[in-house]
Structures are given as structure tokens and as C-alpha cells.
Design a protein around this ligand. Structure first.
Ligand SMILES: [Zn+2]
Length: 343
């Protein structure tokens, strides 16, 4: 209890992770302790209700902080798509939560909470969290690849998040792994996300199991091909299902190629591979590393730490808090970027 009181006295940041299926938020101290957390389905009130849900989740956390006497510094939020950090919104038309496209989320949140609010891509936030509190603490150059429903990536070098010219750097999910391959949802041909994202694997499996009565995936899904999940694909592959094994083989080979290319291009200290699909990839770690070695220069591969880390919601909430601290500090150091408080 004394520990809790000490943490509460430090104050907290509201850290929010908006996913395709779940919004998770927490009260996170500047040192990364999660004092409270809540989750709700992204579209709990039906399609298009994500913003409403987001605002009410933040109000709930603000109420909790008030009741416990915890001083709030602000709100950090990770969003599942291309984000314009200065405008505080998602900008791409094609992403996993269409209801949030071009909605000025940060402004709406500032109006409601009276707190400074910063948003960025969810994997950028996650990478800042890993660099500040997690596995990447001692890495000078850290690459994060997040494999969930979709695929995302981010890059932190010497404590700085590499955003690139438009803010979209680190999109390793759209790295080419098959020349002239089929297009992904974003219109990029032959990219990793066509082979590895959770949604893609499940969708491909549903199509391919349709006519096969002997499918182990179909058996796991109770005979309903529409109910096949990514996890079932990996389980069926392990049990010897040929179609599933082919999907898993392609996914691992594509991941190996992406990791190899990333290593060759950046020569990073560490690569963290995380996200919901990593639980299924963990038993295949040695195989994935063997495949990576095929595509990487031997000298670089030998000198890079690659970690597969199962994801949990507290690391994404901590990431959002780390984003808030990072943006606040960046704008304090460079006032020309814009105010740290209300704009
Ligand atoms: Zn793609």
C-alpha cells in the first residue's frame, strides 16, 4: 500500500491505446507504473461509435484520478493508422477504424479534459514505451515491429522517434517481400502485410478452407469456416494441416525477409517483435531467426538482438504515456514546434 501511495503522489498521465477491436486506457505514472486501467470494445455502441467510446473512457479515467487525488499531466494516445501529429488526427482513408478518419481527436479530447493531449501512430507510441520503460532501455537504436490485426513498425534512434518527412516512417509492414505480388488493403503490392497480419492470415484461411471437409482449421472452428481465427491457423499447422502449414510457412518466410531487410538497412542494436500474433509465433522463434539469417548480412545478424515479446495492454498504455512525455519535452525544447498546452 505504501508503494501505491508513493506512485500516486508522482501524478499520472492518461495513456490510451486505440485498437481495431479494443480501446485500452490507464493512469500511468511518469516512471511507468499503471495505477488503474479500463478497456472497452472500440465500437461498443455500434459501428461509428469509436470517438464517443474513447471520450467516455477518458472521462472515466479522469474521474478515477480525481477520486484518488492523483494529479494528471495530460493525455497520450496511440491510434491504429497514419497520424498527423500536429493536427492530432488519423489521416489515411484506409485503416482499421474507419470511423476515426480525419476526426480531430486531440482537439476534442483537449476540450473535454482541459489537459494537454498528444496523439501518434500506436506503434510509434509503443516503441517510445519500449525505449523508455521496456526491453529497449539500453538500446541506442531500436526497431519495433508490431504484428496484430494489422502490421506496424517504428524506429527510435538515440532517444528520438524517427518520423520521416511526413510522419509516417517505420511502415515496415508494407515492405516488399514478393515482387509483383498481390496488393494489400492500402494498395501496396507484395508487401509483408499481405502475408503476416492477423486479419490477413485469418481471411486467407477462411477462403482456403471453404471447400475442404478434412480441414483441421475447420474442425477447430466447429465446422464454420467464417469462425477460423489466426490462432487456429497456427494450431492446425502444428497438427499437420497442409493448408494451414503453407500459410504459416509463408508468414514466417515473409517475416524473416522483412527482418533481414530491416537489419541490412538500419544495423540496429535491437529489434522487438510484438503484438497479438506473437503468442503464436513464439514456438517458431528459432525457425524465424534461421529464415532471417538467410536475408541478413552475417556480420549484422550476429550483432543484433531480436526479441519476440508477447504483447499486453499495459505495455501499449505505457507507450501512450511515453508518447505524451516525449512530445511535451520535444515541444519544450523546440518552442517553434507549437505550444505544449492548449493551442
Ligand atoms: Zn501492405
Amino acid at each position: 500500500m505504501r508503494d501505491l501511495a508513493r506512485h500516486e503522489a508522482e501524478g499520472a498521465i492518461i495513456g490510451i491505446d486505440v485498437g481495431a477491436s479494443t480501446i485500452a486506457g490507464g493512469l500511468v505514472t511518469p516512471r511507468g507504473a499503471v495505477l488503474a486501467s479500463v478497456q472497452r470494445p472500440t465500437n461498443a455502441g455500434g459501428p461509428g461509435t469509436a470517438l464517443e467510446g474513447l471520450l467516455s473512457l477518458v472521462a472515466q479515467l479522469q474521474g478515477e484520478a480525481r477520486a484518488r487525488g492523483i494529479a494528471l499531466q495530460g493525455v497520450g494516445m496511440g491510434l491504429p493508422g497514419l497520424v498527423d501529429v500536429d493536427k492530432g488526427m488519423m489521416v489515411a482513408e484506409k485503416h482499421l477504424v474507419p470511423g476515426l478518419t480525419r476526426v480531430p481527436i486531440a482537439d476534442r479530447m483537449r476540450q473535454q479534459t482541459g489537459l494537454p493531449v498528444w496523439v501518434d501512430n500506436d506503434v510509434n507510441a509503443l516503441a517510445l514505451g519500449e525505449a523508455r520503460y521496456g526491453e529497449g532501455r539500453d538500446a541506442r537504436s531500436l526497431v519495433v515491429l508490431a504484428i496484430g490485426t494489422g502490421l506496424g513498425g517504428a524506429l527510435v534512434i538515440d532517444g528520438a522517434l524517427v518520423r520521416g518527412r511526413s510522419g509516417y516512417a517505420g511502415e515496415f509492414g508494407h515492405m516488399t517481400v514478393l515482387l509483383n505480388g498481390p496488393a494489400c488493403f492500402a494498395g501496396v503490392h507484395g508487401c509483408l502485410c499481405r502475408f503476416l497480419g492477423g486479419e490477413m492470415i485469418a481471411r486467407e484461411a477462411r477462403i482456403r478452407t471453404g471447400q475442404r471437409r478434412d480441414s483441421k482449421m475447420l474442425a477447430l472452428a466447429g465446422g464454420d469456416s467464417a469462425a477460423v481465427t489466426t490462432q487456429m491457423v497456427f494450431l492446425a499447422a502444428e497438427a499437420g494441416d497442409e493448408v494451414a502449414a503453407r500459410l504459416v510457412d509463408d508468414a514466417c518466410e515473409a517475416l524473416g525477409a522483412c527482418l533481414g531487410n530491416t537489419l541490412n538497412g538500419l544495423n540496429p542494436d535491437m529489434v522487438v517483435v510484438t503484438g497479438g500474433v506473437v503468442n503464436s509465433l513464439l514456438p517458431l522463434q528459432d525457425d524465424i531467426l534461421r529464415r532471417t539469417a538467410k536475408y541478413a548480412l552475417a556480420e549484422i545478424f550476429a550483432d543484433t538482438t531480436i526479441r519476440l515479446l508477447p504483447s499486453d495492454k499495459s505495455s501499449t498504455m505505457r507507450g501512450a504515456a511515453a508518447l505524451f512525455l516525449y512530445e511535451s519535452m520535444r515541444r519544450t525544447l523546440s518552442p517553434s514546434l507549437g505550444p505544449t498546452e492548449e493551442r
